[in-house]
Design a protein around this ligand. Structure first.
Ligand SMILES: [Mn+2]
Length: 320
């Protein structure tokens, strides 16, 4: 799509809303905060951000204190332009969908290969490491001026979605983009500390508990752990309590596929899956989910134990 269109639709809108995905991560929040700062700087527009919750670890994102929340936003508000960032599919918007449906113009900025370009305007770049990287490219093409706030937020998006530049999505372009952001004063060591070394003690103890009861199958090629609501409550951890947990199971030398099965409601289990080479997005797609080849997720309509059985059945078919 032409960049002139993007400039035009933003210029034409009076009120803009940026939407992140449910259970927000560093990419969706960094992209949201960064895009908000860019739009404010360039267009001086009325712009809101909407999220369901903010993990404490991302409270440092410069613009995020201005965000509105599902629980308290006035549902009668109507935005001319709604922009989704890192939202792979419409159901990942959750309640924010009411604003997406009411908007005159919609724009979807993402990097998930499974994104079906569900908006009127779509910038979906599956080769990009993160939505943050897509937004920096867009800013470059449109001549938007970055500043420290937008650069910090977009660097955070890239840093977290690449697992600190170590996942397979990290490219020459990723490093070039990150390097460019450093020119605005972003300090890699500080951002790393904020994102990866600032978890509360109960988070750490909870994750160790989950790892200690991990199950290993198929000559240890499959590693998983089950996460129950009662344990989340017992440890007093937030919705982001499983952040990075699947990667820890993948880090074992024998692991080919790792996943966590998290109880999210009565008869609903959320899977977060990682692999070293197998295409786990195909497995997740069988349950209506998606993502990337080596990192994907889905929600299975079954209690944890039986959901795990269903997923293991699909994994078995890969013949590991
Ligand atoms: Mn992302």
């Amino acid at each position: 799509m032409s960049c002139d269109n993007i400039d035009y639709i933003i210029k034409s809108a009076k009120k803009i809303l940026i939407i992140s995905h449910i259970n927000p991560d560093g990419d969706t929040l960094g992209s949201m905060s960064g895009l908000f700062s860019l739009i404010k700087e360039k267009y001086k527009k009325e712009c809101d951000m909407l999220l369901d919750n903010l993990p404490a670890v991302y409270e440092f994102l410069p613009a995020i204190k201005n965000a509105k929340y599902f629980a308290t936003i006035d549902k009668s508000l109507v935005y001319d332009l709604v922009i989704t960032v890192d939202v792979a599919a419409i159901d990942r918007m959750n309640e924010a969908k009411i604003f997406f449906d009411k908007a005159a113009v919609t724009l979807n900025i993402d990097h998930h290969a499974t994104n079906i370009s569900y908006a009127q305007y779509n910038i979906v770049e599956p080769d990009a490491s993160s939505t943050g990287e897509v937004i920096v490219s867009l800013a470059q093409k449109l001549g938007w001026r970055l500043n420290y706030d937008s650069a910090l937020a977009l660097y955070t998006a890239i840093l977290t979605d690449t697992g600190a530049f170590k996942f397979s999505n990290t490219s020459v372009k990723t490093f070039e983009t990150a390097a460019r952001l450093l020119e605005y004063g972003v300090k890699p060591h500080d951002v790393y500390k904020q994102c990866f070394e600032s978890y509360p003690k109960n988070f750490f103890l909870f994750q160790n508990y989950c790892l200690n009861k991990a199950v290993f199958l198929h000559d240890d090629k499959v590693a998983y752990t089950e996460v129950y609501k009662k344990d989340v409550e017992k440890f007093g951890v937030g919705p982001d309590c499983t952040e990075g947990l699947t990667e820890k199971l993948r880090a074992i030398s024998s692991t080919e596929i790792a996943f966590i099965a998290k109880e999210i409601g009565s008869g609903l289990t959320k899977f977060s899956m990682r692999s070293k080479t197998a295409d786990v997005s195909a497995i997740c797609a069988e349950f209506g989910g998606g993502g990337h080849k080596l990192a994907a997720g889905c929600v299975v309509k079954a209690p944890v134990k039986s959901a795990v059985e269903k997923v293991l059945g699909k994994i078995e078919k890969l013949g590991l």
